[in-house]
Design a protein around this ligand. Structure first.
Ligand SMILES: [Zn+2]
Length: 532
C-alpha cells in the first residue's frame, strides 16, 4: 500500500472530491495489480478504492492524519508513513453493513428510480457479473438494472435480497460507474416478498399475481361464467360501473405521434370472461402496491411493474387493456407491464414463433401501453431473443424494459468450459441428472437427446455447447441445483470451483458478458451516446 499512498500524496489526491484522473488510476494499477483502479475516488479528504482479495473484495479507505478514516465503515486500521506524514488505512470487508455505508457515502453506488427511460435488467445469479453488465451498457442510451432477482432465483441460489443488492453495489463502485441504475425485486407474489425486498432497498418492484389468475375462465360458459363474474364484486353498483366502463362505448385508442388507431369492442360476455380471469389478479396487485406505498412513503418513491408473463395462454390486447384500465381506475401508475406475448419466450434461447404475428400483436400492446399509461412494455425471459429485439425496439419507440437473468450464468459456464473442461464435464453430467426435476417450474421444450454425449467430445468441443439451444437450456435451468449441491461433509461440490475459475479469469468473464449484452442492447436499436 505504501506505493499507492505515495502516488496519492504526491498528486494531492486528498484535496479533491470525485473520481481520480485516468493518469493517477493508471499509476495505481501499475503499483498494485490487485487494486481495482477504476474504483479510486476521493470524498471529503478520504480516498476510497476497492482491492481484489481471493474470492472477495476489500474496501480500502485512506486518509492522512486521522486514525479512524471512514468512520461509518467497520474495519481494521493500520498506520504507515509516507511523504513525511502519518497515513491511516482502513481495510473493510464487503459486508452488508459496509455496503450500507458505501451507498450513503458515495450515492452513485445506490440504485435509483428510472421512470419511463428504456431499460435493461441484467440479473446476476452469482453476484459477480455486474462489471460485465456495466461495460455492456456504458455509453448507450439505455438505463441498466443490476440487482434484479426473482424470489424463485434467490431461493434456488440461497441468496438474500440484501446480498443481491450489495453484490451489485460493490461492483458499481468497482467499475466507477456513475450513471443511474435501477434495482428490480422481480416476480414478487406475496406481502412477505414485498416486505423483504423493500427492506433491502430495491427501487423497482415487479408484482406477479399469477396465483390469482383464473385460467378456468377461458372454458366457462353460460351460468357458470355469469356466477363467477357476479362473485367478483362487493355489490351491484361496482359491477354496473365496470360493465358501463367497457360496454357503453367501443374503446378507441390513437397513438398521439403516429395517428395509429385501434378500436376495442367488449360485450358483457367477453368482459365477464376477462374479468373473471384477471380482476382478482389486478386486485392483488393493487393490494401489494398499497403495501409498497405504506413501506416506502409514496408511489413516487419506486418504479412499479405488473407481470403476467408466466402463464400458458398469451395475453390478448383486450385483456391487456382491461388490466391497464383497472390499474388506472385505481390511480396506480405503473412504469411497465409485462403481458405474455404470443409465440414462445423460452429461457436462454431465441424467440420461437411467427415474427409477423408477434409484430401484429405487439403493435396493439404498444399502443395500449402508450395510451393507457404511458408505461413501458416489459419483455420477460428476454435473454437472447435477438430475432425479435429489432421489432420490439421499433414498435415501442423506446418504451420498453427488457429482463434477462440466466443468460449471464451461461456466459459464466462458458468460461468454465473454456478453462476447466474437467469441471465442466462434471457439471454437465450432474445437470443431466437434475434436469427432469428442475424443469418443472419452467416452460421449455429442451430435447436432451440432441445434446452430444460429453464423453465423446474433446475439450475444445465443450465451449461450443454454450451456443447450442438444448445444452444452453440444460445449463440455464439447473443453476440452482448446481450452485447449491453439497457433498456428505456439507461442502459445495461445484460452487467454489466455479467461482475460483471466474476469479482467475475475471477479465475474460467480464469480456464475455460485455460482448453478449452489448449484442442485446444494440439489437433493440439503442444508440451509442458517449465514449470512444
Ligand atoms: Zn418474468
Amino acid at each position: 500500500m505504501n506505493n499507492i499512498v505515495e502516488i496519492l500524496i504526491s498528486n494531492n489526491c486528498f484535496d479533491q472530491t470525485g473520481p481520480l484522473s485516468d493518469t493517477i488510476k493508471e499509476k495505481i494499477a501499475v503499483a498494485d495489480s490487485a487494486m481495482y483502479a477504476t474504483s479510486a475516488c476521493t470524498y471529503k479528504g478520504e480516498v476510497f478504492c476497492l482491492r481484489k482479495a481471493p474470492r472477495a473484495r476489500k474496501l480500502m479507505i485512506i486518509k492522512p492524519g486521522d486514525d479512524d478514516p471512514g468512520k461509518e465503515f467497520a474495519g481494521s486500521v493500520m498506520k504507515i508513513t509516507a511523504g513525511g506524514r502519518d497515513v491511516f488505512i482502513k481495510e473493510c470487508a464487503a459486508s452488508a453493513q459496509n455496503a450500507g455505508a458505501l451507498r450513503k457515502t458515495l450515492p452513485f453506488t445506490a440504485p435509483s428510480i428510472l421512470g419511463l427511460e428504456a431499460s435493461i435488467g441484467m440479473g446476476d445469479r452469482l453476484g459477480i457479473a455486474t462489471p460485465g453488465h456495466i461495460r455492456a451498457a456504458a455509453g448507450y442510451d439505455i438505463r441498466p438494472i443490476f440487482p434484479q432477482q426473482s424470489i424463485r432465483e434467490m431461493e434456488r441460489t440461497s441468496r438474500t435480497p440484501q446480498q443481491v443488492m450489495d453484490d451489485a453495489c460493490w461492483s458499481v463502485f468497482q467499475e466507477g460507474y456513475r450513471e443511474p441504475f435501477g434495482a428490480d425485486a422481480d416476480h414478487l407474489k406475496t406481502e412477505d416478498d414485498v416486505r423483504r425486498t423493500a427492506g433491502a432497498g430495491f427501487t423497482f418492484y415487479t408484482i406477479d399475481p399469477s396465483a390469482q389468475l383464473n385460467h378456468d375462465a377461458d372454458d366457462m360458459s353460460g351460468s357458470r361464467l355469469v356466477q363467477a363474474f357476479d362473485a367478483l364484486f362487493n355489490d351491484d353498483a361496482e359491477k354496473a360501473a365496470m360493465v358501463k366502463r367497457y360496454t357503453e362505448n367501443d374503446i378507441s385508442l390513437t397513438d398521439p405521434d403516429t395517428g395509429f388507431t385501434a378500436t376495442f369492442i367488449f360485450d358483457e360476455i367477453k368482459l365477464a370472461r376477462i374479468a373473471v380471469k384477471y380482476y382478482p389478479a389486478v386486485k392483488h396487485t393493487i393490494k401489494l402496491h398499497a403495501l409498497l406505498v405504506e413501506l416506502l412513503g409514496s408511489a413516487g418513491n419506486f418504479d412499479f411493474e405488473m407481470s403476467v408473463d408466466e402463464t400458458s395462454q398469451p395475453t390478448t390486447p383486450e385483456e391487456h387493456l382491461f388490466v391497464a384500465a383497472e390499474l388506472k381506475a385505481n390511480a396506480i401508475s405503473a412504469q411497465s407491464l409485462a403481458p405474455r406475448y404470443i409465440g414462445e419466450f423460452q429461457k436462454g434461447i431465441d424467440y420461437i414463433g411467427d415474427i409477423d404475428m408477434l409484430r401484429d400483436s405487439l403493435l396493439l400492446h404498444a399502443l395500449i401501453a402508450r395510451c393507457m399509461g404511458p408505461y413501458k412494455l416489459s419483455i420477460h425471459s428476454g435473454s437472447d431473443k435477438f430475432s425479435v429485439f429489432p421489432v420490439i425496439g421499433e414498435l415501442t419507440r423506446g418504451l420498453f424494459h427488457e429482463k434477462t437473468a440466466g443468460t449471464s450464468y451461461i456466459e459464466a459456464i462458458r468460461i468454465v468450459a473454456r478453462h476447466a473442461p474437467a469441471l465442466y464435464r462434471e457439471i454437465h453430467k450432474f445437470a443431466l441428472s437434475r434436469f427432469e426435476h428442475d424443469r418443472a417450474t419452467y416452460h421449455v421444450t429442451t430435447d436432451l437427446a440432441k445434446i452430444p454425449v460429453v464423453g465423446t467430445l474433446s475439450d475444445n468441443e465443450l465451449e461450443p455447447l454454450m451456443d447450442e439451444n438444448n445444452a444452453r437450456q440444460l445449463i440455464h435451468i439447473t443453476y440452482g441445483s448446481v450452485l447449491t449441491h453439497k457433498d456428505d461433509a456439507g461442502n459445495f461440490v461445484f460452487y467454489d470451483r466455479i467461482m475460483d475459475v471466474l476469479d482467475e479469469f475475471e477479465e475474460e468473464h467480464y469480456a464475455a458478458l460485455e460482448k453478449h449484452f452489448r449484442r442485446h442492447i444494440v439489437s433493440f436499436g439503442v444508440k451509442r451516446i458517449a465514449g470512444p
